[in-house]
Design a protein around this ligand. Structure first.
Ligand SMILES: Nc1ncnc2c1ncn2[C@@H]1O[C@H](COP(=O)(O)OP(=O)(O)OP(=O)(O)O)[C@@H](O)[C@H]1O
Ligand SMILES: [Mg+2]
Length: 387
């Protein structure tokens, strides 16, 4: 390794860039990470609307670089995350920031970064950790024409789904070796879609209830919302929980959509690879509007998005806050959730593009226990007649 102080002595300010993407809802927007080293008192500043987790990258990157036995430039370091008006959330910027600083300080040849995006959180010992939303970010990098994504080893299978070639790295030293041309990326098999047998509750176990079963089948076939109403103990919850069992398996495109959402929400089981089961979400009736629809400071998908292509069960419907239920109307009518946050608008999927019949509850109905099931809106034509 060359002495950074030596390489910088003759040069004034040094600038290097890496590319990554920032998650905005379920979409990823391109972000350029610029590192600028200047003479002056050593310091490290990150600008470009970073959130708290992104600000804390300063400590992780500094420790990660020194732990990887690389040289931390004793310069005034300014990192800019452009575009400056887009809020940057999370710790996925750690790796691109570290690489930009290594390139700006001459430890990596900046020309090697062409065609590459980077994504990952750094541990203090230099290990690279996976971050939520890798699939959406890899897709955006692929769309932007980038060839390779330097990312954590666990995230690499997810990146292959996006069609970009992953460069899996376990630590910053490995990324450094790759960018110095000493190693080639390991090949990563694309996760296969395994057809898992449905192991949830079965509609075949229900005794009688022919009309309710027929209603469930029609809701599943036509992708209709369903309201089950009746006296306590008549099996409303029991029936609704069996709806997933009569929905068809996810198609390949649907599986990618569901995987993308679960990845953004940090719910993805990385060992399982591609999601193969339709989601089933049954939030408690104390759920807030944000929990149902999505949003928050670093906008997260809500239950309606997490149930995309699956079932959203609102058990004990009248107990839900009225404004939370009213908040579901727009997503169900439009098929997307749009949440305004500061300077950005955030869109998240909930259903498909077709309008869905509107449903509403008018306050509580004494003595009636209501329950609503929103069936996964996939096309399914094989259903015929009552069971
Ligand atoms: N037709 C049926 N076949 C088999 N089991 C049934 C049937 N109807 C009800 N049960 C059983 O009765 C019990 C109560 O059903 P469940 O909890 O679904 O009722 P509910 O209508 O949701 O009641 P509540 O309004 O109090 O929520 C469950 O254990 C369920 O398995
Ligand atoms: Mg019930």
């Amino acid at each position: 390794m060359t002495g950074v102080a030596e390489s910088l002595r003759s040069v004034g300010p040094v600038l290097a860039r890496t590319l990554t993407n920032a998650l905005v809802g379920l979409e990823a927007k391109p972000v350029e990470v610029e590192a600028h080293l200047q003479r002056g008192l050593p310091g490290f500043t990150i600008v470009g609307l970073p959130d708290k987790a992104c600000q804390e990258a300063k400590e992780r990157v500094r420790s990660g670089v020194t732990s990887a036995k690389l040289e931390w430039p004793l310069r005034r370091i300014t990192v800019n995350l452009a575009p400056a008006d887009l809020r940057k959330n999370g710790s996925g910027f750690d790796l691109p920031i570290a690489i930009a600083i290594l390139a700006a300080s001459g430890q990596i040849n900046a020309s090697r970064l062409a065609g590459h995006a980077a994504l990952g959180e750094l541990a203090l010992d230099g290990r690279v950790r996976s971050v939520p939303g890798t699939l959406a970010i890899a897709e955006a990098a692929h769309r932007a024409g980038l060839r390779r994504l330097i990312c954590a080893e666990e995230s690499a299978p997810e990146a292959t789904l996006a069609g970009i070639e992953p460069v899996p790295v376990t630590d910053l030293g490995e990324a450094y070796d790759y960018l110095c041309g000493r190693t080639q990326p390991r090949s990563v098999p694309k996760p296969r879609r395994c057809r898992v047998a449905y192991d949830g509750p079965d509609l075949a176990d229900v005794r009688g209830q022919q009309r309710a079963r027929r209603a469930l089948e029609l809701a599943a076939a036509g992708r209709h919302p369903l309201l089950l109403a009746g006296p306590p103990g008549t099996g409303k919850t029991m029936l609704a929980r069996r709806l997933s069992g009569i929905l068809p398996p996810l198609s390949a495109a649907e599986a990618i959509e569901v995987t993308r959402i679960q990845s953004v929400a940090g719910l993805l089981d990385r060992r399982a690879g591609l999601v193969s089961k339709r989601p089933f979400r049954a939030p408690h009736h104390s759920a807030t509007l944000v929990a149902l629809v999505g949003g928050g400071a670093g906008p997260r998908p809500g239950e309606v998005s997490l149930a995309h292509r699956g079932v959203l069960l609102l058990d004990e419907l009248p107990e839900f806050a009225r404004h939370a239920l009213e908040g579901l109307r727009q997503p169900l009518e439009d098929g997307t959730v749009t949440v305004a946050r500061d300077v950005s608008r955030v869109c998240a999927a909930c259903c498909d593009d077709e309008p869905m019949p509107m449903w509403r509850t008018r306050g509580r109905t004494p003595g009636m226990h209501l329950l609503s099931v929103l069936a996964g809106r996939s096309r399914w034509s094989s259903l015929a007649g009552p069971a």
